[in-house]
Every structure is written in C-alpha cells, then in structure tokens.
Design a binder for this molecule. Sequence first.
Ligand code: BGC
Length: 756
Amino acid sequence: MKKYLLFIGILTLVSCSKSTEKDLNKMDVFVSELMQKMTLEEKIGQLNLITPGSDIPTGSVVSTDVESKIKNGQVGGMFGVIGPEKIREAQALAVNESRLKIPLLFGSDVIHGHKTTFPIPLGLASSWDTELIKKSAQIAADEATSDGLNWVFSPMVDISRDPRWGRVAEGSGEDAYLGSQIAKAMVTGYQGDDLSKNNTVMASVKHFALYGGSEAGRDYNTVDMSKLRMYNEYLPPYKAAVDAGVGSVMSSFNEIDGVPATGNKWLLTDLLRGEWGFDGLVVSDYTSVNEMIAHGMGDLQTVSALSLKAGLDMDMVGEGFLTTLKKSLDEGKITEADINLACRRILEAKYKLGLFDDPFRYIDEKRAEQNILTVENRDFARKAATHSFVLLKNNKQTLPLISSKKIALVGPLANNKNNMLGTWAVSGNPQLSIPVLEGIKNVMGADVKVRYAKGANITDDAALAKRANVFGERVDIDARSPEVLIAEAVLLAKNSDVVVAVVGEASEMSGEAASRSDIGLPQSQKNLLAALKKTGKPIVLVIMSGRPLTLEWENENADAILQVWFAGIEAGNAIADVLYGKYNPSGKLPMTFPRNVGQIPIYYNHKNTGRPFDANNKFTTKYLDVSNEPLYPFGYGLSYTTFDYKISQSAEVMDAKNSITFTAEISNTGNFDGEEVAQLYIHQKVGAITRPVKELKGFKKVLMKKGKTATVDFTLTVDDLKYYHPDLSFTYDPGEFEFFIGTSSNQDFTGRFIVK
Ligand code: BGC
C-alpha cells in the first residue's frame, strides 16, 4: 500500500459534487501526469469493462484470461465480482501487478437493494415517497460498498407506456415528472454529497435513451419518436439524474433517429455533454457496441470507432474497443485525442471515488459482516414494501381482514420464496425472503386461522416455465394435476370465511427479455379463480407482477384487490401487515392499467384529438369493442379510510414575477389513520402546440390520523409551465389553465388560472 501511495504521489481527496475549482485542477494535474506515463495500449485498456461471469472457478477470483488482462493493463473495470475477498484479490492484481498500478472500478446491477432486497423499482415508485426511495438507495449503497463495490448500474429511468415491455418493472412508470423526482432521489441516495466516502457509490443512470419506447413493447426493438416527444415526455428523468450529479450514464440498446444509442453522437455528445453539461463517464450496455453489427452499422472495427467518436467511453464486455481501436488509429479513423478523452473520463471517475488514494477503500470485510442484511435494513425493507402496495378495489371493506375469520390462503405465490424478490436481484438470496403464509403467521401469531392450498401452478405451460427459470426455479409444475390442485383449494375455500388468493407472474416473467403479448394472469390461475368464485366466498386477490396486468375479470369478480408488485425480502411480512390493517395502504399507480392489450399504449397525459370521444357520434376517437378509459388510471390507489378535499388558490393570475399557491385541506373522514398522496394536475387550454389533457405538476404524501385534517400546498411559477417548443426552446405560453388537486389522475378540473 505504501509503495502504491508513493507511486502515485500524495493526493488530497476531493468530493464529487462539492468539488471546488482547486480540487478540479488537482484532479486535472493528477490525471494528466498519469496519462503521460501511459502507453496507447494502457489507455485503451482503461476503456474495457469486463465480467468474468461463469468463468470464475470456485475459490479463485478470476479466470486466467481475466487475470492476465488485468496484469497487462487491459481492464478498466469489472462487474459480476461480488464480495470483499474476491474484489480485494482482483484489485490487488491491478494495483500490485499491472505496470502503472491503476485501480479498477467494480460495478454491479444493484437495482432495488443489494442483499437486502427492496420492492422492485416500479413498486418503490408506487410509494410516491421520494424520501423513502432515497433512503432505499442509501442503504443499497451502504451494503454494496460494504461488499466491495463502488459503482451501481442504477437508476433505470426509462419512461414507458407499454406494459408488454418486461422492463417496466425496473423503472418508475409512465410519467416524466414523477420519474424525474425519483431519478433525483435515487442518484442523491447512492452518491450522497461525497463520492469518495466509503459508503457511497457512483450511480449510472440508464438506459440512455428512450429504451422504454420500443415498438410493440418487444425488448430491444426499434424506437422512433419526434424530438418534441423526446424532450417533453421521455428525456426529463435522464436530465434530472444528470442535474443531480450522476457520475455515469449507460447507453441503451435501441436506435434513435436511425442510429443505435451507443454510437449516436447527437445523443452522447451534443445532447448529453453539450446541452446538459454532463462531465462524467458514458458506459455502453452489455455488448451494445458489438450489437451495432446486427443493427447494420458495419463490422466490429467500424462500430467501435463510431461509438468512440460518438462519445462512448467504456465498452461493456464486448471488447470491440480493446481489439480494434489501435487499428482504427493507425488507419486514421479515430485520433489519439479521442482515446485520451475517454480514458481521462474513466480515470477521473476513479479519482472522484478516491480509488487512487486508497484502491481498497471500499473493501472491508468487517463492514460487510456488520452492515449487510441487518435487522434495521430488513425493517426498512418491510416498511418500503408496505408503502409500495396499491389497493385497487375494496368492496364493502373486505379488507382489512378480521383476525377471527377463517382464511383460505391459496394460489401459486402464497407460499413461494422463489418469487418474492422480483427481477434484477442479482445479490439477493430468495431463500432469505418471507413468503405470505409465513408472514401472516409472523404478524398474527401461529394460532391465526389460516390454511393454505397451492391451487394452481403459476403456469401450466412448460415452455413458458422453462423461459422463466433461467436464473433458478421460479415456476415449478406440480406433480398433481391442475384439477386436483383446484379441487383442494375449492374445498378449503368452502370451509373458510374469506379466500385470499395470491396470484400473478413468476418474477422472471417481467424484467429484461421478458416481454409478453398477453398480460393477463396465466390460464392456470384464471381457472383457479373461476372455480373459487363459484364457492360464493368473498375473494381477496393479492397480485404479484412486474408490470400492470389486464385484470377486467378480476376487477369484476373479486371483492378486494391488492397490487403488491414484487415486494422483496420482507414481502410476506409486509403483505400480512397490510392485509390485517397494521398498515393502511397508501400506494398510487405510477403506470396506467389497461383493460386489454389492444388499448396499449395507454397513458394519462395523452393529447386530445380533433374528434374527442363522444359516445353518440360514430366519427370520434374510440374503439368499437372497448372503452377508451383504462381499468385503473395513473395516480390511482385506495385506502382503508376516505379523504375529503377542499381546494383553494392564492391568486387567479400568474406572471413572470408572481407565483400561485394551490392548497388542499384534506380531511381523513374514515375509520383508519392513513396516508394520502395529494396530486396536482394542470391543463393548458391553448398552447403554441397541442398540450396534454393533463399533466402532473406536484405531489405530496401526508399522514392524517382519523378525523384529522392536513393542509398541503403547491406553489407554481411560470418556470413550472415551461415545455419544449418546436424550435426546442424551453419556454411557457401565456393563456388559460385548469387545475385540480386530488387523489388520482382521473378527476375533473375544479379551478382555473391565467398566465400573463
Ligand atoms: C442490461 C443492463 C445491465 C447490464 C449489466 C444489460 O443486459 O440491459 O441494464 O446493467 O446488462 O448487467
């Protein structure tokens, strides 16, 4: 270590976001001096991000190939290596055995918690609680750094209006405003105010950009959209992450205006660095450089040169940079300055993380033992889960359950550890999770009147099961026949007072490469529910899914529906907390639930047509066979209590100098204490271009004891009314606006104001 410090000279650490000009100069001087010593090969080596994957033989850190690459200075960073021992070994190779002893970055897909798994991001977004989301990122950073990591491939902020796309599970849903608030919360949670602290990590906002716009919701598919739609509706959350100081950006798989994002100069340089002022590093997605060959952009040398020129700094896994950049330089296709720029950005990231001062600063076996999967972290995971559930229906107060009633707990997800964590829980251990049956016993005591029957397989379709089982068994097809499973559940239901059916998707039926064209419950579970319905018993559905499902039959036939997404390690405890009223659900949908797949894309902030819906006029915008309205709108979610809103406004007129404050007095008029997410929506009646029918402009979550009233206010200035115009200027238009503050997006406007 001493030798190492001597080698690089004495350094003072700088903080990332608090860096002063002097600090930046120091970094410049340090990086410049280091780069003067580097050979061309060593510079190109820094641009290489590898994963040893399954090549890691048990007991050794890295395979021989990886080991020699590290020693030869051909690696800038690694991911897929987890745990302080392994990371220490790999880092030691770099700083003891490579010529210039440059430390490595260690990244990972820490998406919703590290080992303490929180709800999937779409679930966290349903809390509409940015403090809670920020804290989830802080805990994830603390656990990840305790395990030796210094870089996380999160937050994923891709806006999507298509629930067929499996990756909606990883993001914050359909709305640019909500998505931007969450992006900021996550970046500040991960990075804190000083990247060099040993409990903060560099975040990587992804997937830049527009990945959620893939046609037909099919993963990796083509994206094509107007600049206006990009700037106003899809880009804001990435920009919010950049404005919050995110250290890195990951390019996406899709094309934009005919050029794949990874090789798109307009995107990675003109927009990201030019317009937005991003000064961190850009990493490709997994082999997305190489994939440009299949996109039809040329051979590996061509696409690698294209990417570097476009502004990509680091090549994930594909080694196109490593193997072709020198040749491109010799042939004059790129310049040494291009390579230097990318190399500099990677070295700067390492500098900001404090790795040159101490390459082992994140590696501390004691911290790993003390900080990971603590009781406090698990308690927080349980809280986060309870706050992420959305009560979609609750007829005649079927919920909360009454402890004296006999419950038939049925369904393939009712007693199933393997599916609690959800997609992208790479370091989570499903066996540590709490299934619902166990949770109910934990919360209500072993004597609680609950009996369990599986009732159905998640799916009877063996081919689908196989695809869902790539990371371990998520779908197990029972040796008993579907009829026998159903009969057992029906018998149990008949002998109970209430049926609680835990149904939905296997966790790997959403996430990457998990698009579905039919987003209803699998047929096996539909059959179970139809049979249960015939018993006449009240039915509570607990729905686990990584996306909005189509639930028309379920909405008509169930008495209560609780959407719980994939709730993470404490799933069962949290679900029991809510089912039995220990916590009153407060989640709101961050994404519209369609009635059927034919309505997709469907989202609350659409534009009006010239022929708005009119049931009595054939030639207006509608379907012949389904309404235009979703099953459950954006922002929707019930509570065990009821809230009454009284709205007022401070003024009728806003101008460049005068804001307006909109106020809601919210009274809890029901029988439970409860939290409510008050939402402010506006509509600009006439604009320079057509405007959305509604736009979310603010939200606040407040707790009200029963019988109590809380006051919530939102102040808007003209800045909040700005949007991108056809010339891409960001300005507002004077004119008339409508607004309401309410409990969901599907309410009527109650007031108006004028902007001068
Ligand atoms: C995904 C990224 C992820 C990367 C590394 C890719 O397939 O698209 O979201 O960060 O793999 O695991």
